[in-house]
Design a protein around this ligand. Structure first.
Ligand code: NAD
Ligand code: USQ
Length: 397
C-alpha cells in the first residue's frame, strides 16, 4: 500500500511510519514540525534525544534499506500543497495524526484554545476536502480519542462509536436506531476531536469518503521494535506538565525519585494502550478498511483501563517512590468507572502488551537512562481549566 502519514514526526506518527515501512508499505510523511516548535515555546523537550527528520530518515535507510519520503507541509495553512501531493501520489490510505494533542496545552490561554481549534478542525477538514475534491478512493484512518465519550457510563461498556437507541413515535411504536455515541469532551482539545467526528460523518454521507476513526486511549511506552534498532530512530518521550501523559510521567518521575503527581484523589479511570500496540492497531485498521458506501468505522483503540491512584501506587511500590496528591488543575470528575468494548481489534488479532510486561523496561531502559535530560521545573502541570484553579505542584523535599 502507498500510505501518507500526516503528523509522521510525532510520538505516535514516527513509530507508525517505521512499522508500516518495515512491513513493506510505501510511506510518505507529511509534517509541519509544529510539535518541535512547541518544545521551543515551552522550553521543555523530549526526555529522549530525538534526531532531526533528515537524520531519522537516513538512519532508517541504513538500518532497513528502505526509503521514507518527507514533505514539510502545514496541512492547515498550505492546502494547495497538500492537494498537489495527494493528486500526484494518489495514496491508498492516509493516516491522520496531525493535530495539537495535549489537553493542558489547549487550556493554557485564549491563544492556545484558538490555535488548537483552528489547527485541529481545519487539519481534518482540509484532508477530507482534498480527498473529495480529487475524487480519490483513499481510506482515511484518523486518530481520535477515548475522551470524546466522556469517561462516565453508569456501568455500561462504551460501545465502538455508535449507541443502540429506540425512538418512540407518536403512536407508541418503538423503532431501533444507532446514533453516534453522545459526545462529552473534557477539554478544548478533546472538543476538537468530537467536532472531527461530525466532519467524518458528513463527508462519508455526502462524498462517500471511507473513514476509520480510532478512539485511542492514553498511549504509554517509548520503544517499538523499529525505534530500538538505532539511537537515531528513538521516539520522543514527553514528561512536562503540558504534553507528558500520566503513565509516562509517573515512570519518569519514579526514575528520578520525584513524588508521583496524582491529581486530586486520583479516582479518575482512563483507558491505556502501549505504543507497540498503537502501531499494530493502525496496521490492522489499514488491513480492514470499510467498504465503499459503509458508514464511518469507529474502533476503540485501548487495551486496559486503570485508576490514576492505582497506577501511582503500583509504580510507587515497584520503585519505592512517594505518591503526592496535588490539587487538580483540571475540571473533571474526581472519581469515575470506565468499561470499554475493544472487541474489534482483539478479533482482528491484536495481542495486548500489558502494564506488567512493560513498566520496568520503561523505567530502567528509557527514563533512568535519559534522566540527566530532565528539567524538574517543567514537571508541574501549570495549565489550569478555569481561572479559579491552581497548578498541581507537589512539595518536593
Ligand atoms: P504529537 O504532537 O507527538 O504528533 C502530532 C504531529 O502532528 C506532530 O509531529 C506535529 O508537528 C504534527 N502536526 C500538527 N499540526 C499539523 C499541521 N497543521 N500540519 C502538519 N503537521 C501537523 O502527538 P501524538 O501523541 O503522536 O498524537 C498523534 C495523534 O494521536 C493526535 O491526533 C492525538 O490526538 C492522537 N492520540 C494521542 C494519544 C497519546 O497518548 N499520545 C492518545 C490518543 C490519541
Ligand atoms: N493526571 C494526573 N497526574 C499527572 C497528569 C495527569 O493525575 O501528572 C490525570 C489527569 O488529571 C487525567 C488523567 O491523569 O485525569 C489523564 O491525563 P493525561 O494527561 O494522561 O491524558 P489526557 O489529558 O486525557 O490526554 C492524553 C493525550 C491525548 C489523548 C488522551 C486519550 O494527550 O492526546 O487523546 O490521552 S484519553 O485520555 O483516553 O481521552
Amino acid at each position: 500500500m502507498k500510505v501518507v502519514i500526516l503528523g509522521g514526526d510525532g510520538f505516535c506518527g514516527w513509530p507508525t511510519s517505521l512499522h508500516l515501512s518495515n512491513a513493506g508499505h510505501e510511506v510518505i510523511i507529511v509534517d509541519n514540525l509544529s510539535r518541535r516548535n512547541i518544545d521551543n515555546e515551552l522550553e521543555a523537550g523530549s526526555l529522549t534525544p530525538i534526531s532531526p527528520m533528515g537524520v531519522r530518515l537516513q538512519a532508517w535507510k541504513e538500518v532497513s534499506g528502505k526509503e521514507i519520503q518527507f514533505h514539510k507541509i502545514d496541512i492547515v495553512e498550505e492546502y494547495d500543497r497538500l492537494l498537489k501531493l495527494l493528486s500526484e501520489e494518489r495514496p491508498d490510505a492516509i493516516v491522520h495524526f496531525a493535530e495539537q494533542r495535549a489537553a493542558p496545552y489547549s487550556m493554557k490561554s485564549p491563544r492556545h484554545r484558538r490555535y488548537t481549534v483552528n489547527n485541529n478542525i481545519n487539519a481534518t477538514h482540509n484532508t477530507l476536502c482534498a480527498i473529495a475534491e480529487l475524487g480519490l478512493d483513499t481510506h482515511l484512518v484518523h486518530l481520535g480519542t477515548m475522551g470524546v465519550y466522556g469517561y462516565g457510563t453508569a456501568g455500561m461498556k462504551i460501545p465502538e462509536g455508535y449507541l443502540d437507541i429506540e425512538v418512540v413515535t407518536e403512536n407508541g411504536e418503538r423503532i431501533p436506531q444507532q446514533i453516534l455515541y453522545p459526545p462529552n469532551p473534557g477539554s478544548i482539545y478533546h472538543m476538537t476531536k468530537t467536532q472531527d467526528q461530525l466532519l467524518f460523518a458528513y463527508y462519508n454521507k455526502n462524498d462517500g469518503v471511507r473513514v476509520t476513526d480510532l478512539h485511542q486511549g492514553i498511549v504509554w511506552g517509548t520503544d517499538t521494535e523499529q525505534t530500538k534498532l538505532d539511537e537515531r530512530l528513538i521516539n520522543r518521550f514527553d514528561y512536562d506538565g503540558d504534553y507528558g501523559t500520566v503513565l509516562n510521567r509517573f515512570l519518569m518521575q519514579a526514575a528520578i525519585g520525584y513524588p508521583l503527581t496524582v491529581h486530586g484523589t486520583g479516582g479518575q479511570t482512563r483507558a491505556f494502550i502501549h505504543i507497540q500496540n498503537t502501531v499494530r492497531c493502525i496496521e490492522l485498521a489499514l488491513q480492514y478498511p470499510p467498504e465503499k458506501g459503509e458508514r464511518v468505522k469507529i474502533l476503540n483503540q485501548m487495551t486496559e483501563t486503570h485508576r490514576v491512584r492505582d497506577l501511582a501506587r503500583l509504580i510507587g511500590k515497584l520503585t519505592d517512590t512517594e505518591v503526592a496528591y496535588v490539587e487538580n488543575p483540571r475540571k473533571e470528575a474526581a472519581e469515575n468507572d470506565l468499561k470499554v468494548d475493544n472487541s474489534c481489534f482483539l478479533e482482528m488479532g491484536l495481542k495486548p502488551t500489558t502494564l506488567a510486561e512493560g513498566l520496568l523496561h520503561e523505567v530502567t531502559e528509557i527514563a533512568k537512562k535519559y534522566a540527566d535530560n530532565a528539567d524538574l521545573s517543567k514537571i508541574p502541570c501549570t495549565s489550569v481549566w478555569t481561572k479559579e484553579q491552581k497548578a498541581g505542584v507537589p512539595q518536593v523535599k
